[in-house]
Ligand binder design. Structure first.
Ligand code: AHM
Ligand code: MG
Length: 347
C-alpha cells in the first residue's frame, strides 16, 4: 500500500488514482476503429490477469492445498498453473464473445470461436503465452503472461484461418504482458506508447503507476543464459566479451531471471538488453515469434527500444508457422544496435 501511495506522489495530477478501467475508457478515442471492441478485449485480459494472479499467489501453498494431479476438497483435479492460466484466458475471451480466434503456447492449433448470437462478427484475434517462465513457479520467482492482438484479415462472419494468425508483428493493434512479481503489473500498448498499471491486491484494482514507459537509450545490464555460451554464434560470444570488458561504462552488469517478462520489465525500467540467440543446440533459438517475441518487440519499439533477430527487425518477419521460433535481441536501442554490429561483422 505504501508503495502505491509513493507512486501516486510522482504522477501528474490528472493521472493520480487513475484506474486501468478509467484509462481504457479515456483512451478509447485513440483507437483506429472505435467500436469499443478493443477496449472490451483489454478489459477481459485485465479480468483474467486478476484471476490468474490469485492462483499464482497461492502456488507456494502447494504442499498444503495439494499439487497438480491431486484432487482438491471439492473433488476437482488440481491443475498445473500454466494449464490453469491457459484455461482462464481462453474462457474469459471466449465467454465474453469478444474475439474470433485465439492461439496459445499451450494449444497445438489455433481456436476458432463461433459466436451463435451474431454469426462471429468479432474482428480481433489474440495470441497468448498464458504463463511464461513457468519453471520459475516452483521456486517462487516471477512469471508472466504475454499477449498480442491483431485484426483478422479474412472476412468477418467466417471462421478464422491460419492466415489471420500468421501476420507480421508490425500489424499488431495491441500487445502487453502481466508480470506476477513482488507487485502484479499489467503493461500494454495500443500503439500510442506503453503504460504500466500496478494491482492493489486488497481491492483488486489496477492503478496507472508507470505512465509512458521508456527504455533508456543506453543501459548497463545484459541478460542472457551464459550457460549456453559455448554453443553461441561467434558474434554473440564477441558481444558478451564486449559487455564484460573494462572500458568506459563497462563492464556491464549481468542479470538473468530466466523469465522473459521479468527480464524485459527490469531492462525497460533500468536500461539493458535481453538476448536469446540461436545456438548449435537450438538452431532457431528458443522463443516463439508470435506470442513471445512480437508482443515484446511491439512494446519495446513503443517504449523507444529496439528488437531484432540479430540482423533484422523482429516486427517485419513474415511468420510461416504458429509456433515458430526466432533468435531474440531486445532492449535499449544502442545496446541492440551494438549487438547487431557484432553479429554482422563476425562470420
Ligand atoms: P517457456 O515459454 O517454456 O516458459 O520458455 C520461455 C522462457 C523465457 O521466459 C525465458 O527467458 C527463457 O525461456 C529461459 O530459457 P532458458 O532456461 O533456456 O534460459
Ligand atoms: Mg513461453
Amino acid at each position: 500500500m505504501r508503495y502505491l501511495y509513493q507512486i501516486a506522489q510522482l504522477l501528474p495530477m490528472s493521472k493520480k488514482n487513475q484506474t486501468l478501467g478509467e484509462f481504457i475508457i479515456e483512451n478509447q478515442a485513440y483507437f483506429k476503429y472505435t467500436s469499443g471492441e478493443l477496449s472490451r478485449l483489454i478489459n477481459s485480459i485485465r479480468l483474467a490477469a486478476k484471476v490468474v494472479n490469485h492462483e499464482v499467489n497461492k502456488a507456494g501453498l502447494v504442499d498444503i492445498i495439494g499439487a497438480a494431479g491431486d484432487t482438491n476438497i471439492q473433488g476437482e483435479d488440481q491443475q498445473k498453473l500454466d494449464v490453469y492460466a491457459n484455461d482462464k484466458f481462453i474462457q474469459t475471451l471466449t465467454n465474453r464473445n469478444i474475439v474470433c480466434g485465439i492461439a496459445s503456447e499451450e494449444e497445438d492449433d489455433f481456436i476458432s470461436i463461433n459466436s451463435q448470437d451474431d454469426n462471429n462478427q468479432n474482428k480481433y484475434i489474440v495470441l497468448i503465452d498464458p504463463l511464461d517462465g513457468s519453471s520459475n513457479i516452483d521456486v517462487n520467482v516471477s512469471v508472466g503472461t504475454i499477449f498480442s492482438v491483431y485484426r483478422r484479415v479474412t472476412p468477418v462472419g467466417t471462421p478464422v484461418t491460419i492466415e489471420d494468425f500468421l501476420q507480421p508483428g508490425n500489424q499488431q493493434v495491441a500487445a502487453g504482458y502481466v508480470v506476477y512479481g513482488t507487485s502484479t503489473m499489467l503493461v500494454y500498448t495500443t500503439g500510442h506508447g506503453v503504460n504500466g498499471f500496478t494491482l492493489n491486491p486488497a481491492i483488486g484494482t489496477f492503478y496507472l503507476s508507470h505512465p509512458d514507459m521508456q527504455f533508456p537509450e543506453n543501459g548497463n545490464i545484459y541478460s542472457v543464459n551464459e550457460g549456453n555460451y559455448i554453443h553461441f554464434p561467434k558474434g554473440v560470444k564477441n558481444y558478451i566479451k564486449y559487455c564484460q570488458m573494462e572500458e568506459g561504462d563497462r563492464p556491464y552488469t549481468s542479470r538473468y531471471i530466466g523469465s522473459l517478462v521479468s527480464d524485459f520489465h527490469r531492462n525497460m525500467i533500468k536500461g539493458g538488453i535481453y538476448m536469446y540467440p540461436k545456438s548449435s543446440k537450438k538452431e532457431e533459438g528458443k522463443l516463439r515469434l508470435l506470442y513471445e517475441c512480437n508482443p515484446m518487440a511491439f512494446l519495446a519499439e513503443q517504449a523507444n527500444g529496439k528488437a531484432s533477430d540479430g540482423f533484422k527487425r523482429i516486427l517485419d518477419i513474415q511468420p510461416t508457422e504458429l509456433h515458430q521460433r526466432v533468435p531474440f535481441f531486445c532492449g535499449s536501442k544502442n545496446m541492440v544496435l551494438k549487438a547487431e554490429e557484432f553479429m554482422q561483422n563476425t562470420d
